[in-house]
Design a protein around this ligand. Structure first.
Ligand SMILES: NC(=O)c1ccc[n+]([C@@H]2O[C@H](COP(=O)([O-])OP(=O)(O)OC[C@H]3O[C@@H](n4cnc5c(N)ncnc54)[C@H](OP(=O)(O)O)[C@@H]3O)[C@@H](O)[C@H]2O)c1
Length: 335
């Protein structure tokens, strides 16, 4: 399929609602650019929007899902000065869907990418690295030796988060949903790892910390873990619920924070990359991480873009470690 196409969410539902359809070749308005994509990120948020889980913005079908991709600029609008045709470029939270061969977006949302970086690794890692960065560096100061708990540590965000936390000298307790994933978390540097499908992680965290608890829990699982995450905290500790892979947290009582002066937060990357200068500064550091071969980010599988539904099945089926990346079919076939 060499003509431009996109994968649309045709109705709210399961992976089968994702369907490839032809699109017109986009042309840029004065402040826009067109990127011909080489790789498209698959992130868990794509599943929330496809399945209709309430989010900050729920588009109405049909819509093109996806929040990030990478490729080459092939056309620029008449007002665009900082980018040229041929530039390698990526983006996230640009207000456009990324499951497509060609994407048109505001130039101010485009992030130039160093030539040396691998496209598939950037697609797999940009959102996950930026997320790990704000979680660890922009929420509260985390001194070396601070005890933290990271859920879903073998997943895409989890892999980066564990490694970055260890570089900051934090003591990392990880959870994951299988013994294979537990081993991955330990290989990534976690000090302790708990299979939270076979063990009560609250009991295990208190055993490991000799009853002290942890200072921060990074909880991307939500419904199934949040109450337990709160129970793992030391006094004045913080639960960051940054994802809802098992469903949204409901019925939480604010008063439950009172006796230990606890904190909870429900952040989103969107607010940390809204300002262009901050986005570019964060991206610079993210690219340093992604360019560092010693930082592991497993690419679970690479699929043709037209098979996006299979990517969703794998990710929400909880069988993946690391990331899944989609490649426009034309380029995929050439490999
Ligand atoms: N707020 C933000 O700014 C932001 C930005 C990016 C990503 N996120 C969040 O970060 C998390 C990780 O994203 P990702 O794309 O890298 O995904 P991922 O971690 O690779 O995949 C999600 C993982 O969640 C775990 N999980 C637990 N219960 C689950 C359930 N009922 N169904 C499916 N998965 C379940 C699974 O790991 P186990 O088998 O080990 O349990 C699964 O592999 C997601 O929650 C995402 O929404 C948030």
């Amino acid at each position: 399929m060499s003509a431009p196409f996109a994968v649309f969410v045709t109705a709210i539902g399961g992976p089968e609602v994702l369907k490839a359809r032809p699109i017109e070749m986009p042309t840029p308005a004065a402040d826009e650019v067109v990127i011909k994509q080489t790789a498209v990120a698959v992130n868990f948020v794509d599943i929330y929007l496809r399945a209709g889980q309430p989010h900050s913005h729920n588009p109405t079908p049909p819509f093109i899902p996806g929040v990030s991709g990478i490729g080459r600029v092939i056309a620029i609008g008449s007002n665009v000065r900082e980018l040229s045709v041929g530039d390698k470029a990526t983006y996230t939270n640009a207000g456009v869907g990324s499951y497509c061969t060609h994407v048109v977006l505001p130039a101010e949302r485009v992030i130039p990418v160093p030539e040396a970086l691998n496209d598939v690794r950037v697609a797999a890692g940009l959102v996950r690295t930026l997320t790990s960065q704000y979680l660890l560096k922009k929420m509260r100061p985390l001194a070396p030796g601070t005890r933290i708990l990271i859920h879903a540590a073998a997943g895409g965000v989890g892999q980066i988060l564990v490694q970055w936390a260890k570089r900051l000298g934090l003591i990392v307790i990880a959870t994951a949903g299988s013994d294979t994933k537990i081993n991955t978390a330990l290989e990534l540097g976690a000090d302790f790892a708990i299979n939270y499908r076979t063990h009560d992680f609250v009991t295990e965290v208190h055993r490991i910390t000799e009853g002290k608890g942890v200072s921060v829990v990074f909880d991307s699982v939500g419904k199934d873990t949040f109450d337990g995450s709160v129970k793992c905290l030391e006094s004045r500790g913080l639960v960051v619920n940054y994802g809802t892979a098992s469903g949204q947290v409901e019925g939480f009582k604010l008063q439950d924070l009172h006796s230990k002066s606890l904190w909870v937060c429900r952040p989103t990357l969107k607010t940390y990359v809204a300002d262009r200068a901050e986005m570019l500064a964060m991206s610079k550091e993210a690219f340093e991480m992604l360019g560092d071969a010693s930082i592991r980010l497993d690419i679970e599988t690479v699929l043709p873009l037209s098979q996006a539904s299979e990517a969703h099945r794998l990710l929400e089926g909880r069988s993946t470690q690391g990331a899944i990346v989609l490649i426009p079919d034309e380029l995929f076939i050439k490999k």
